[in-house]
Design a protein around this ligand. Structure first.
Ligand code: NAP
Length: 308
């Protein structure tokens, strides 16, 4: 994957926060030739040292202002709750006419935090590449993480079209499909497809570890497929997920309300031995799984055909 012209899309890209996503973006920029220079800022010495050793950035700074002042594209790659303190530091030092974006998993609160601290000369286009793993830190990133995944952008209605298209090209060159929608809609969709499932995983693993009649070693020893999958999800970064729930409260609580109602209906069906109700749901959910796999295969086939 590279951009169509094979000319870098940006002169300088600045990445604030060199963790899983920030380091993956830096690697993708280098691999696909998307910028002439990539500068990075990390808060701690250890992250800066590791990123330097890995060598996928041209400069690594301990000063966020220095990192962004010449950048044509600045990407905030810090936990959602850290965006406010970062933008308060760098907001007035961003280059006029440059694009500012972020990768946060929540969009409404991030927009509220950032918008008051930037001038009208900065083109702010919030974003969320829906790609990740349960790992974090600068060593865990890889350029291919974005391949065939979706990126959602939530620009304001008056966003400059050329700049929006440039950012779309950037993510497409990283291998992503791009959708544009409102921040509210993003937060609602992600609440049910990502945030509530993570909460369920954290909760079920927590419940299993608190059980009195089943020992912890039994939980570990007999962990079958389903529970193992939950433990993988529940090992995701604690700070990142704390911030997601605190910043997407309304949508998560709305979806959780629906989830609890449906769970209560299932509880009742089990209590009253209503096997038909259970089976009806399980047939429906199996179909949903099939349609997801089918969609993924169609996308793979389309990409193969386009290569020819
Ligand atoms: P990560 O691996 O934990 O990296 C976060 C980075 O942010 C770290 O390098 C950390 O710096 C830095 N940081 C933390 N607090 C900071 C502060 N107050 N000021 C400056 N830097 C700070 O996390 P990640 O997975 O890359 O996630 C980053 C963002 O991507 C989050 O907003 C998350 O919602 C979003 N996202 C994550 C995924 C995923 O699956 N992980 C997917 C899509 C989007 P130090 O290392 O120096 O402490």
């Amino acid at each position: 994957m590279s951009n169509d012209t094979n000319k870098p899309l940006f002169n300088v890209v600045a990445i604030i926060g060199i963790g899983l996503i920030g380091s993956s973006i830096a690697r993708a920029i280098k691999k696909y030739g998307l910028a002439s220079k990539v500068y990075g800022y990390a808060k701690t010495n250890s992250t800066r040292d590791t990123a330097k050793k890995l060598g996928y950035m041209d400069e690594i700074y301990d000063n966020a202002i220095e990192t962004v002042k010449d950048a044509d594209l600045t990407i905030l790659c810090v936990p959602v709750g850290a965006n406010l303190s970062v933008i308060m530091r760098i907001g007035e030092h961003l280059k006029p006419g440059s694009i500012l974006t972020d990768v946060g998993s929540v969009k409404g609160s991030v927009m509220k935090d950032i918008e008051p601290h930037i001038s009208k000369e900065i083109i702010f286009i919030p974003g969320h590449p829906i790609a990740g793993t349960e790992f974090s830190g600068p060593e865990s990133g890889f350029a291919e993480i974005f391949q065939k995944k979706w990126c959602i952008l939530t620009p304001s209605d008056n966003c400059i079209k050329v700049k929006l298209n440039l950012l779309i090209s950037f993510w497409e060159s990283c291998g992503m499909f791009v959708d544009v929608m409102s921040a509210e809609h993003h937060d609602l969709v992600l609440a049910i497809t990502s945030h509530v499932p993570h909460l369920i995983a954290y909760n079920i693993v927590g419940t299993a570890s608190d059980l009195e009649k089943v020992t912890r070693s039994e939980v570990t020893k007999y962990a079958a497929g389903g529970f193992r999958d939950f433990t993988r999800i529940a090992s995701s970064d604690p700070v990142m997920w704390r911030d997601i729930f605190l910043n997407n409260k309304d949508a998560v609580l709305e979806m959780l309300g629906r989830f609890v109602e449906d769970l209560t209906a299932l509880q009742k069906a089990i209590r009253w031995s209503e096997g038909d109700k259970l089976e009806e749901l399980f047939v429906k959910t199996r179909e949903i799984r099939k349609s997801i796999i089918l969609k993924e295969n169609e996308t793979d086939n389309l990409n193969e055909e386009n290569k020819v």
